[in-house]
Design a protein around this ligand. Sequence first.
Ligand SMILES: Nc1ccn([C@@H]2O[C@H](COP(=O)(O)OP(=O)(O)OP(=O)(O)O)[C@@H](O)[C@H]2O)c(=O)n1
Ligand SMILES: C[C@](O)(CO)[C@H](O)COP(=O)(O)O
Length: 227
Amino acid sequence: MHLLIPAAGRGQRMGSDRNKLLLPLLGKPLLAWTLLAAEASTSIKWIAIVGQEIDFPDFKAILEELNLKTPVCLVQGGKTRQESVYQGLEALPETAKQVLIHDGARCLVTKELFDRCSEALMTCQGLIAAVPVKDTIKIVDDNGEVKDTPDRRQMWAAQTPQGFQVELLKSCHRQGKVLGWEVTDDAALFERCQLPVTIVEGEETNLKLTTKVDLAIAEFILQQRFG
Ligand SMILES: Nc1ccn([C@@H]2O[C@H](COP(=O)(O)OP(=O)(O)OP(=O)(O)O)[C@@H](O)[C@H]2O)c(=O)n1
Ligand SMILES: C[C@](O)(CO)[C@H](O)COP(=O)(O)O
Protein backbone atom coordinates (compact mmCIF):
# COMPACT_ATOMS: atom_id res chain seq x y z
CA MET A 1 0.00 0.00 0.00
CA HIS A 2 1.17 3.53 -0.83
CA LEU A 3 0.84 6.18 1.87
CA LEU A 4 0.78 9.97 1.46
CA ILE A 5 1.44 12.03 4.58
CA PRO A 6 0.28 15.65 4.22
CA ALA A 7 2.84 17.56 6.32
CA ALA A 8 2.99 20.96 4.63
CA GLY A 9 0.96 22.95 7.16
CA ARG A 10 2.12 25.80 9.37
CA GLY A 11 0.47 24.92 12.65
CA GLN A 12 -1.13 28.34 13.13
CA ARG A 13 -3.68 27.08 15.63
CA MET A 14 -0.85 25.53 17.62
CA GLY A 15 0.63 29.03 17.93
CA SER A 16 4.05 27.62 17.09
CA ASP A 17 6.85 29.46 15.28
CA ARG A 18 7.41 26.51 12.93
CA ASN A 19 5.62 23.53 11.43
CA LYS A 20 3.96 21.79 14.40
CA LEU A 21 5.09 18.41 13.04
CA LEU A 22 8.62 19.33 14.10
CA LEU A 23 7.65 20.02 17.71
CA PRO A 24 9.03 17.55 20.25
CA LEU A 25 6.65 15.02 21.74
CA LEU A 26 7.96 12.59 24.33
CA GLY A 27 11.52 12.92 23.01
CA LYS A 28 10.77 12.71 19.28
CA PRO A 29 9.43 15.16 16.68
CA LEU A 30 5.68 14.75 16.23
CA LEU A 31 6.11 13.52 12.64
CA ALA A 32 8.42 10.73 13.80
CA TRP A 33 5.54 9.09 15.72
CA THR A 34 3.38 9.10 12.58
CA LEU A 35 6.19 7.55 10.55
CA LEU A 36 6.88 4.90 13.18
CA ALA A 37 3.25 3.77 13.15
CA ALA A 38 3.34 3.48 9.34
CA GLU A 39 6.62 1.56 9.51
CA ALA A 40 5.15 -0.83 12.09
CA SER A 41 2.13 -1.63 9.92
CA THR A 42 2.43 -4.71 7.73
CA SER A 43 0.67 -3.17 4.72
CA ILE A 44 2.47 0.14 4.06
CA LYS A 45 5.26 -0.40 1.52
CA TRP A 46 5.94 3.15 0.26
CA ILE A 47 5.61 6.57 1.91
CA ALA A 48 5.66 10.14 0.60
CA ILE A 49 5.84 13.06 3.01
CA VAL A 50 4.26 16.11 1.38
CA GLY A 51 5.89 19.17 2.89
CA GLN A 52 7.17 22.71 2.39
CA GLU A 53 10.70 22.93 1.05
CA ILE A 54 11.82 24.95 4.08
CA ASP A 55 11.10 21.90 6.28
CA PHE A 56 12.90 19.36 4.09
CA PRO A 57 16.24 19.56 5.97
CA ASP A 58 14.40 18.77 9.23
CA PHE A 59 12.39 15.98 7.60
CA LYS A 60 15.62 14.49 6.24
CA ALA A 61 17.18 14.63 9.70
CA ILE A 62 14.15 12.79 11.14
CA LEU A 63 14.40 10.12 8.44
CA GLU A 64 18.10 9.69 9.05
CA GLU A 65 17.48 9.23 12.77
CA LEU A 66 14.64 6.72 12.26
CA ASN A 67 16.39 4.74 9.52
CA LEU A 68 13.12 3.16 8.32
CA LYS A 69 12.99 0.07 6.12
CA THR A 70 10.07 1.49 4.14
CA PRO A 71 11.19 3.78 1.29
CA VAL A 72 10.22 7.41 1.93
CA CYS A 73 10.30 10.32 -0.52
CA LEU A 74 9.67 14.02 -0.07
CA VAL A 75 7.17 15.87 -2.24
CA GLN A 76 6.62 19.63 -2.48
CA GLY A 77 3.28 20.60 -0.87
CA GLY A 78 0.83 23.40 -1.65
CA LYS A 79 -0.92 26.30 0.08
CA THR A 80 -3.79 24.17 1.38
CA ARG A 81 -4.08 20.56 2.51
CA GLN A 82 -6.15 19.90 -0.62
CA GLU A 83 -3.35 21.20 -2.85
CA SER A 84 -0.76 19.19 -0.92
CA VAL A 85 -2.68 15.95 -1.43
CA TYR A 86 -3.08 16.79 -5.13
CA GLN A 87 0.68 17.16 -5.47
CA GLY A 88 1.21 13.93 -3.54
CA LEU A 89 -1.13 12.06 -5.87
CA GLU A 90 0.77 13.37 -8.89
CA ALA A 91 4.01 12.04 -7.36
CA LEU A 92 2.74 8.48 -6.87
CA PRO A 93 4.49 5.81 -8.94
CA GLU A 94 2.43 4.58 -11.90
CA THR A 95 2.13 1.17 -10.25
CA ALA A 96 0.13 2.61 -7.33
CA LYS A 97 -3.46 1.43 -7.63
CA GLN A 98 -4.67 2.30 -4.12
CA VAL A 99 -3.53 4.99 -1.74
CA LEU A 100 -3.96 5.83 1.92
CA ILE A 101 -3.71 9.46 2.98
CA HIS A 102 -2.88 10.18 6.59
CA ASP A 103 -2.31 13.58 8.23
CA GLY A 104 1.17 13.95 9.68
CA ALA A 105 -0.59 15.71 12.54
CA ARG A 106 -2.47 12.52 13.56
CA CYS A 107 0.59 11.03 15.17
CA LEU A 108 -1.32 8.76 17.59
CA VAL A 109 -2.53 6.52 14.79
CA THR A 110 -1.80 2.82 15.35
CA LYS A 111 -0.37 0.23 12.97
CA GLU A 112 -3.62 -1.69 13.39
CA LEU A 113 -5.66 1.19 12.01
CA PHE A 114 -3.36 1.48 8.97
CA ASP A 115 -3.71 -2.24 8.32
CA ARG A 116 -7.49 -2.21 8.85
CA CYS A 117 -7.82 0.56 6.26
CA SER A 118 -5.47 -1.15 3.78
CA GLU A 119 -7.47 -4.36 4.00
CA ALA A 120 -10.83 -2.59 3.64
CA LEU A 121 -9.58 -0.73 0.57
CA MET A 122 -9.22 -4.05 -1.26
CA THR A 123 -13.01 -4.21 -1.52
CA CYS A 124 -14.20 -0.61 -1.84
CA GLN A 125 -13.63 2.54 -3.88
CA GLY A 126 -13.08 4.95 -1.02
CA LEU A 127 -13.01 4.88 2.78
CA ILE A 128 -12.42 7.00 5.83
CA ALA A 129 -11.55 6.16 9.39
CA ALA A 130 -14.18 7.78 11.59
CA VAL A 131 -15.70 7.59 15.06
CA PRO A 132 -19.27 8.26 16.19
CA VAL A 133 -19.59 11.75 17.70
CA LYS A 134 -20.02 11.80 21.48
CA ASP A 135 -21.33 15.36 21.84
CA THR A 136 -24.69 16.75 20.87
CA ILE A 137 -24.02 18.84 17.74
CA LYS A 138 -25.74 22.18 17.04
CA ILE A 139 -26.18 23.93 13.70
CA VAL A 140 -25.64 27.63 14.38
CA ASP A 141 -26.25 30.67 12.16
CA ASP A 142 -24.01 33.74 11.69
CA ASN A 143 -25.71 35.50 14.63
CA GLY A 144 -24.80 32.72 17.03
CA GLU A 145 -28.36 31.40 17.14
CA VAL A 146 -28.91 27.66 17.25
CA LYS A 147 -30.90 26.54 14.22
CA ASP A 148 -30.96 22.78 14.54
CA THR A 149 -29.85 19.73 16.51
CA PRO A 150 -29.13 16.92 14.03
CA ASP A 151 -29.64 13.30 15.01
CA ARG A 152 -26.34 12.24 16.60
CA ARG A 153 -26.79 8.62 15.54
CA GLN A 154 -26.03 9.70 11.98
CA MET A 155 -22.97 11.77 12.80
CA TRP A 156 -19.40 10.53 12.61
CA ALA A 157 -16.20 12.52 13.13
CA ALA A 158 -13.90 12.08 10.13
CA GLN A 159 -10.31 11.08 10.74
CA THR A 160 -7.48 9.86 8.59
CA PRO A 161 -6.34 7.42 7.19
CA GLN A 162 -8.60 7.95 4.22
CA GLY A 163 -8.12 5.50 1.37
CA PHE A 164 -9.06 5.51 -2.31
CA GLN A 165 -8.55 3.89 -5.67
CA VAL A 166 -5.87 6.19 -7.09
CA GLU A 167 -7.38 6.95 -10.50
CA LEU A 168 -10.77 7.79 -9.00
CA LEU A 169 -9.30 10.16 -6.40
CA LYS A 170 -7.08 11.82 -8.99
CA SER A 171 -10.07 12.52 -11.21
CA CYS A 172 -12.05 13.92 -8.21
CA HIS A 173 -9.14 16.22 -7.33
CA ARG A 174 -8.84 17.41 -10.94
CA GLN A 175 -12.57 18.11 -11.09
CA GLY A 176 -12.36 19.95 -7.76
CA LYS A 177 -9.55 22.09 -9.11
CA VAL A 178 -11.44 22.99 -12.28
CA LEU A 179 -14.67 23.80 -10.42
CA GLY A 180 -12.99 25.57 -7.47
CA TRP A 181 -14.21 23.21 -4.75
CA GLU A 182 -12.57 23.83 -1.37
CA VAL A 183 -12.76 20.94 1.06
CA THR A 184 -11.00 19.88 4.24
CA ASP A 185 -10.72 16.19 3.44
CA ASP A 186 -10.40 13.95 0.38
CA ALA A 187 -13.60 12.06 1.06
CA ALA A 188 -15.53 15.31 0.50
CA LEU A 189 -14.25 15.38 -3.11
CA PHE A 190 -15.33 11.78 -3.58
CA GLU A 191 -18.77 12.62 -2.16
CA ARG A 192 -19.18 15.60 -4.49
CA CYS A 193 -18.43 13.29 -7.42
CA GLN A 194 -21.15 10.94 -6.11
CA LEU A 195 -18.70 8.16 -5.39
CA PRO A 196 -19.22 5.92 -2.35
CA VAL A 197 -17.17 6.41 0.81
CA THR A 198 -17.19 3.60 3.37
CA ILE A 199 -16.59 4.04 7.10
CA VAL A 200 -13.83 2.09 8.83
CA GLU A 201 -14.02 2.24 12.62
CA GLY A 202 -11.37 4.78 13.67
CA GLU A 203 -9.81 5.27 17.08
CA GLU A 204 -10.83 7.70 19.78
CA THR A 205 -7.16 8.36 20.48
CA ASN A 206 -6.41 9.15 16.82
CA LEU A 207 -6.48 12.90 17.50
CA LYS A 208 -5.34 15.55 15.07
CA LEU A 209 -2.90 17.59 17.12
CA THR A 210 -4.23 21.07 16.46
CA THR A 211 -3.84 23.19 19.61
CA LYS A 212 -1.43 23.17 22.56
CA VAL A 213 -3.78 21.16 24.74
CA ASP A 214 -3.64 18.34 22.17
CA LEU A 215 0.12 18.11 22.72
CA ALA A 216 -0.39 17.46 26.42
CA ILE A 217 -3.09 14.83 25.74
CA ALA A 218 -0.90 13.14 23.10
CA GLU A 219 2.06 12.99 25.45
CA PHE A 220 -0.12 11.32 28.08
CA ILE A 221 -1.43 8.74 25.58
CA LEU A 222 2.07 7.93 24.24
CA GLN A 223 3.36 7.57 27.79
CA GLN A 224 0.59 5.05 28.55
CA ARG A 225 1.45 3.13 25.37
CA PHE A 226 5.22 3.20 25.36
CA GLY A 227 6.35 4.68 28.71
N1 LIG B 1 -0.97 23.46 3.04
C1 LIG B 1 -1.12 22.41 3.84
C2 LIG B 1 -1.84 22.51 5.06
C3 LIG B 1 -1.91 21.40 5.89
N2 LIG B 1 -1.30 20.26 5.54
C4 LIG B 1 -1.29 19.10 6.44
O1 LIG B 1 -2.60 18.63 6.65
C5 LIG B 1 -2.72 18.06 7.95
C6 LIG B 1 -3.95 18.59 8.67
O2 LIG B 1 -3.85 19.99 8.75
P1 LIG B 1 -3.88 20.86 10.08
O3 LIG B 1 -3.92 20.05 11.28
O4 LIG B 1 -4.91 21.91 9.87
O5 LIG B 1 -2.39 21.46 10.04
P2 LIG B 1 -1.89 22.93 9.84
O6 LIG B 1 -2.36 23.45 8.53
O7 LIG B 1 -0.43 22.87 10.08
O8 LIG B 1 -2.59 23.70 11.05
P3 LIG B 1 -3.27 25.13 11.09
O9 LIG B 1 -4.51 25.03 10.22
O10 LIG B 1 -3.57 25.36 12.52
O11 LIG B 1 -2.26 26.11 10.52
C7 LIG B 1 -1.42 18.38 8.70
O12 LIG B 1 -0.66 17.19 8.80
C8 LIG B 1 -0.77 19.43 7.84
O13 LIG B 1 0.66 19.41 7.86
C9 LIG B 1 -0.62 20.16 4.31
O14 LIG B 1 -0.08 19.11 3.98
N3 LIG B 1 -0.56 21.25 3.48
C1 LIG C 1 -8.60 15.34 7.08
C2 LIG C 1 -9.02 15.66 8.48
O1 LIG C 1 -8.00 15.35 9.39
C3 LIG C 1 -10.22 14.82 8.84
O2 LIG C 1 -10.62 15.11 10.13
C4 LIG C 1 -9.38 17.12 8.62
O3 LIG C 1 -10.49 17.41 7.83
C5 LIG C 1 -8.26 18.06 8.33
O4 LIG C 1 -8.80 19.36 8.47
P1 LIG C 1 -8.06 20.71 8.76
O5 LIG C 1 -9.11 21.73 8.53
O6 LIG C 1 -6.92 20.77 7.79
O7 LIG C 1 -7.61 20.70 10.18
